[in-house]
Write a protein that binds this ligand. Structure first.
Ligand code: NDP
Length: 329
């Protein structure tokens, strides 16, 4: 029997794109072999773009935004999942080309789902969300490069944002000395609470970079791109590495080959959207074990489902601190 459920839906006409809260029914669900009762979702930069229409992130209309969600399987024709299983979804174009988490129900491919690992529940999974899972992919890249806590300081840019705040918390729990770069120095106490040993003003990374600077960082996690990343690369110690995932400052990267060929540094691009399932499972399991849940509770806050449109504009304006947890009614 077809049931009605609440969902945000982005539509498009001659006047542009508009997001409304509406009622849908099962016939509106998209193709897929697993139907999920969405329990929690969250707010990412990309969701801000989808909710406001400031950038053409949605590739199919009408569409429910929300690039990640957690919930319980209602029906499954996929061999790996059965009714009652708790699952997490991030990426794979959900919330961009396939209807996502800003609804009470979602139908997706079971190939995109990861079981909620032991030690996490659906609420904590969305406190972490795509941002936290991306932070862990960055940490795994630095670890994979062989950077150990005794190698020296790790810089995290955009530290007060979603990816940055989880990166600071995870790295410090793992024993790294973390330097947090932020444009919001009023968040210094918050960042120290997450484990940052030092908090620096991001303005120090905003001017055009020299090809090589003083060697400061054993490694870095960058969400900004642009001059920030160029400066960070010029300051990475010989043999070190940066894991990069964002473009909060710019899509451009005005740098040279110098740090790579004169200091042998590496840069790891992080793509959370199409990351393979085994890597996702590893990242989620590591989050269950290596993230201090007390800190996670401190860096996350509850956001009302009804307030998503306003919060979408706020995240684009850099006004959101940490991670939003949205309980789907
Ligand atoms: P947030 O908006 O929560 O955080 C971004 C942070 O970047 C801001 O809080 C701010 O931190 C900093 N920032 C903003 N503008 C600038 C600027 N002009 N120069 C330098 N720093 C700036 O977003 P998320 O943490 O969720 O995502 C961060 C980035 O990573 C985004 O670009 C996002 O699209 C990308 N991303 C990529 C993924 C991937 O798979 N590659 C997955 C998830 C996110 P502060 O105030 O502390 O300076």
């Amino acid at each position: 029997m077809s049931e009605q459920f609440q969902a945000y839906q982005v539509g498009k006409n001659e006047e542009g794109q508009r997001c409304v809260l509406t009622q849908l029914d099962d016939s509106d669900l998209m193709e897929g072999d697993v139907t999920v009762r969405v329990e929690y979702t969250t707010l990412n930069y990309k969701d801000g773009l989808a909710l406001t229409g400031r950038s053409p992130i949605i590739r199919k209309f009408p569409l429910t935004p929300g690039i990640d969600f957690s919930g319980t399987v209602l029906e499954s024709e996929h061999a790996d999942f059965k009714a009652g299983d708790q699952v997490i979804l991030n990426g794979f174009g959900v919330g961009e080309a396939h209807s996502g988490g800003y609804a009470q129900k979602a139908r997706v491919s079971g190939d995109w789902l990861v079981p909620v690992p032991d030690g996490l529940d659906t609420r904590r999974a969305m406190a972490i969300g795509t941002a936290g899972y991306t932070a862990m992919l960055c940490v795994l890249a630095l670890e994979g490069h062989g950077i150990k806590p005794d190698a020296g300081d790790i810089l995290v840019t955009g530290a007060a944002g979603g990816v940055g705040s989880v990166a600071v918390a995870v790295l410090s729990k793992l024993g790294y000395r973390v330097v947090a770069s932020t444009g919001r120095l009023q968040e210094t106490e918050f960042l120290q609470g997450l484990g940052a040993a030092e908090v620096v003003d991001r303005a120090g990374f905003s001017e055009p970079a020299r090809p090589l600077g003083r060697e400061v960082w054993a490694g870095a996690i960058d969400v900004a791109g642009g001059n920030t990343l160029a400066n960070v690369l010029s300051q990475i110690k010989r043999g070190g590495a940066a894991a990069i995932c964002g473009l909060a400052e710019s899509m451009n990267l005005p740098t040279s080959v110098a740090p790579f060929i004169l200091r042998g540094i590496a840069m790891y691009g992080i793509d959370s959207v199409m990351a393979p399932i085994p890597l996702r499972k590893q990242a989620w399991q590591r989050l269950a074990s290596d993230l201090d849940f007390k800190l996670l509770d401190e860096l996350s806050f509850d956001l009302d489902f009804a307030d998503l449109p306003q919060a979408g504009a706020d995240i684009l304006d850099g006004k959101i601190r940490g991670r939003a947890i949205v309980k789907v009614p």
